[in-house]
Structures are given as structure tokens and as C-alpha cells.
Design a protein around this ligand. Sequence first.
Ligand code: IFM
Length: 449
Amino acid sequence: MLQFPDSFRWGAATASYQIEGAVHEDGRGESIWDRFCSTPGKIFNNENGAIACDHYHRYQEDIQLMGELGLQAYRFSVAWPRILPTGRGRVNPAGLDFYERLVDALLTANIEPFVTLFHWDLPQALQDDFGGWTSRDTAKAFVDYANIVSERLGDRVKNWITLNEPFVVAKVGYEYGVHAPGLHDPRLAWQVSHHLLLAHGMAVPVIRANSSNAQVGITLNLSSVHSATDSERDHYVAHLEDGVSNRWYIDPLFRGTYPSDIMDYLEQHNLTPQMVNGDAAIIAVPMDFLGVNNYSRTVVRQKAGAANGVAEQVRISGAEHTDMDWEVYPEGLREVLVRLHQEYHVPRLYVTENGAAFPDTVSANSRVHDARRENYYREYLTQAHAALSEGAPLAGYFAWSLMDNFEWSEGYSKRFGITYVDYATQRRIIKDSGYWYRNTIRAHGIREG
Ligand code: IFM
């Protein structure tokens, strides 16, 4: 048995737009994801989060489900447009009331809430008025929003996560155009990354002021980057890729400065974001923990025929891949956690997301036998345990996800849940992986063999 420390927290995670639905109810404003989904061709099957898992109406049933799974903690996000329908200014009391009911019901069920303030559903008005995160004004609006939510919930919520995956918001939304707002401009993407980090840094003291025992952190998507070969060229590309996707975020948060090799690269390519004196100190505000989302690793090599330093992703044939075509690479989780401990001396770590999409089927007796997902969890948690043994201050783990949900541009085609959702009836069915997780939580460890 691989035993975890007594204080280790076991949870599951979701995000507002992916599960709530009820997008037109109780005064919620439009988000960039509502708008993006309404553009034909952007989302698989032109699906959207208008109903999703109908969690807005079913949160009590979903908390019961969490109880059946034995969860000790639940990570969810607040939809900014429910609180401030136009992003700033007028507050919508019904939005705050919903999250208050949710938090109270969680506490009654003895489940600790971990609140993410921004998990991608930016109010559309801020996109229209300011160009979204390309503007410093959106960072300022975020601080006001964080103030409103933490003022209302700060007496009951202890654990706060400012932002989810700034890398994905910036790159996938503003450069690759695959996520809302669907732009294709690398210069904007770099600017966005800076404003997101700034928004985080400015919000931390505000949350602390409203929530006396607050534990505040940010969630980054971090994957170890490996070179496809032993060649110097490929190692160089891998180091750059690590700089762009990992160090660009970890360094300013924990070392107070952006990595110099990436700053040089940006200058050479005329991509350097505008910054103001003092920003670095704001971003480096001390945090209580770092949230890590980890699913896979990245393997790269120099792209043939391209300029030096241009990476090309390599798919490892023969390795197991999930339905997202992400390589199953459990060791990568240990690598990331140990690195954060050894190189960055991060005070506390949570795995705020880890999990796998696989196609599921419901058997005749209403069971979901998802052995591959169960294996995935066993192997990744084994590596999380190894990281703990190497001294990484890992305090908890959140499975992604509590239930199948709206997987952004993939619509409902990818199922990440430890609970199956039948979208036609909204019936929830705990999958075998969910029962395995429940037993792991009960035993506070992983049974070997
Ligand atoms: O569903 C997403 C989540 O919203 C952010 N992290 C990755 C998950 C799987 O793609």
C-alpha cells in the first residue's frame, strides 16, 4: 500500500462553463465562450455550454454524488458574468447567491471548497470594450471582481485560485484561435500572458484582505518537455519550449523575473509585451500554494526546414494515448512536482487537475467499465506519491473531472469524468474509475498489485 500523509486532501475539479448550463438565467451576462460557441465551425458539432451538465439546477444532487465518492475537497470556478454581467460595474446579486448556496451546501457536506475565480468564461463586454486580456483594464476589472466574490464568500471559503492555466488562455485563445476569443495574433498572446499574471498578482492581497485565513494560489498547466533526440539542436528547442510553456509563468511568480532567454527571443521577434515598472514585484507576491494541472508530457525536435529554435511536436508511437491523443506519461507528473520543489522551492503544491478522456460505454446493467482511466489514475497517483517521497510538498490532488462535461472546442465528444453523464437525461453514473478513486480515498492510499 502506498500511503499518503493524513493531511493529504482528495478532491475532484470542474469549471463553471463546462458544467453549469443556465447561461440565460438569473441575470447572467454573456461570456466570450457563449459568443465563440455561436460561431459556426468553432466547436465540434457546433455544441455549446448552454445546458452542459445542468449543474446550476442540480448542484445539490452533485454534492450528494461527491459524498458518495468520498471527496474531501471540490474545486469549482465562479462564472464572472454571473457576478458582473458586463464584467464591471453593476453586480448581479443572484449570481453571488448561487455560489453562496453552493459553498454552504459543500460545507454542510463536509467538503472543502477550492474556488477558482477565472476559468476562461470572460464577460463578453470586456472583450468588446477592452479587447479582453490584451488590455490592462481587464486585469483591473478582475481585481474588482475578485474583491466582490471574496468579500461575499471570504468568511467561508479558505482556498482561492486566482486563474486557471494562463498559458492556455493566452496561446490557445489569442494565438491559435482554437479557444475563445478565437484570435490569431502572437503579439497579443504574449501581452495577454503578462496581463493575466499581473491580474493574479494584484488580486492576491485583495483576497487576503477579505478572507482572513485565506490560502491563495494560481493554477498553471505544466508538463515536462523532453527532447526527441540527444542532438544539441533538439535539446536547445526543448529548452526554449520549456521556457515558453513553463518557465515564462513559474519564473516571474517564484523568482520575480521573466526568463532571460525567452525575453531575448521575444525581443528578436518583436513580440515583447508592454510592461510597467513595478509589475514584476506585483506578480511575485508571495503565494501559499501553486496548483498544477498535468496530463501528459511534451516531446519536441527542431522543425525540419524551419528557422533555428522552431519546435515541432513529436508523437511517440507505441506509447499509450488518450482520446485527446495525449501521451500517457505518469513519470512526467513526478518530474514536474519534484522540479517545482527543488528548483523553485514552492511552499505547497496541489495537483489541481489530472485525468484522462477515453470513450466510455454504459453496460446493460448501467455500469461504466473504464479500466484504462482507472489505470491512468493509479499510475499518475503512484508518481505523485513518488514525488512526495522526494520531498515535494504535495498537499492534495483533484481528479479532472468530477463528471463528463463540455470539453471546450471538442464539445461533448471527450469524456474526462470519473462520473458518466448521460446528456439526454442528465443521469449521472459513477464509473469504475470513480469507485476506484473512492476506495483510494477511503484507504488514504493506493493498493499495489
Ligand atoms: O477541460 C480542461 C480544463 O478546463 C482545463 N484543463 C484541461 C482540461 C482538459 O482539457
